[in-house]
Design a protein around this ligand. Structure first.
Ligand code: NAP
Length: 255
């Protein structure tokens, strides 16, 4: 089934990779619902999109908020055929300074939110015998990195959930994949640069260059490159691809 006319929900759709994904799916004719906590970026992103689109203000870590937002979205635009679990956050700390609250924050937004949103859309996908779920994980979902144990744990868990659910629904016309970006040019990386400069006193350009150097291409990935991969996974040509963790990181990780 082509993307045109299908209802797609993108969590964290107001900024960065989510906004780029929304733009790409809108360009391909999807009917879009964007979800996030801050209304201003959602409204701004929505206004810039063509086609049929709307947004819901919701914290996707809250079961009640997810239930309400998804019910409203379905009422407006019909059953969800594409879900992009993109909302996420990355906090860093040395392992011995990582407390349980930080671990729980990372699990809540990077794993539990995808779990809640997937449960919200799956019954209708099973009924339709068709659907696509794409989880935005990270290179930190398939490899270890220093100072981000909580984020790594949550993104590895998200990849694990992706694989398990993919197997469970493979015969039901539903694909479930993860996309694993390397450092991508978004607010999230801008915050990481601020954090490095605050903690080390280093120049922001230096900090940014150090993150870009992790990528063998010597640059940050663009949000549009991640969005193009998500759109491919939602396209009919990707119908046999499920349970995969596709790395978009300029060759940083090779499997
Ligand atoms: P971003 O611009 O900060 O996007 C994160 C989005 O998630 C925001 O729109 C934010 O909107 C939303 N969000 C966060 N917590 C939420 C919550 N509780 N409920 C609803 N929405 C929430 O950064 P990004 O880089 O595009 O990140 C998108 C995804 O890519 C994340 O899952 C991130 O882990 C992943 N990723 C990013 C990179 C990178 O280098 N940039 C690399 C690998 C993976 P509100 O604040 O308005 O809620």
């Amino acid at each position: 089934m082509s993307i045109a006319g299908r209802h797609a929900i993108v969590t964290g759709g107001g900024s960065g990779i989510g906004a780029a994904t929304a733009a790409e799916l809108a360009r391909l004719g999807a009917r879009l619902t964007l979800v996030g906590r801050r209304e201003a970026p959602l409204a701004q992103t929505c206004a810039a999109l063509g086609g049929e689109r709307a947004y819901q203000v919701a914290d996707v870590t809250s079961p009640a908020a997810v239930a309400a937002a998804f019910a409203a979205a379905v009422k407006r635009a019909g059953p969800v055929a594409i879900l992009v679990n993109n909302a996420g956050a990355a906090e860093s700390a040395p392992f011995l300074k990582t407390d349980l609250d930080l671990l729980e924050r990372m699990m809540s937004v990077n794993l539990n939110a995808a779990f809640l949103c997937s449960q919200a859309v799956l019954p209708a996908m099973l009924h339709a015998r068709h659907g696509t779920i794409v989880n935005i994980a990270s290179t930190a979902g398939v490899a270890g990195y220093a100072y981000v144990a909580a984020y790594c744990a949550a993104k590895h868990a998200l990849v694990g959930m992706t694989r398990a659910l993919a197997r469970e629904v493979a015969a039901k016309g539903i694909t479930v994949n993860a996309v694993c970006p390397g450092y991508t040019d978004t607010d999230l990386v801008a915050r990481a640069v601020d954090n490095i400069t605050a903690k080390t006193g280093r120049d922001a350009d230096d900090a940014r260059a150090e993150l870009a150097a992790v990528n063998p291409m010597g640059r940050l990935v663009t949000p549009q490159e991640v969005a193009a991969t998500v759109a491919f996974l939602c396209s009919p040509g990707a119908a046999s691809i499920t349970g995969q963790a596709i790395v978009v990181a300029g060759g940083e990780i090779m499997t």
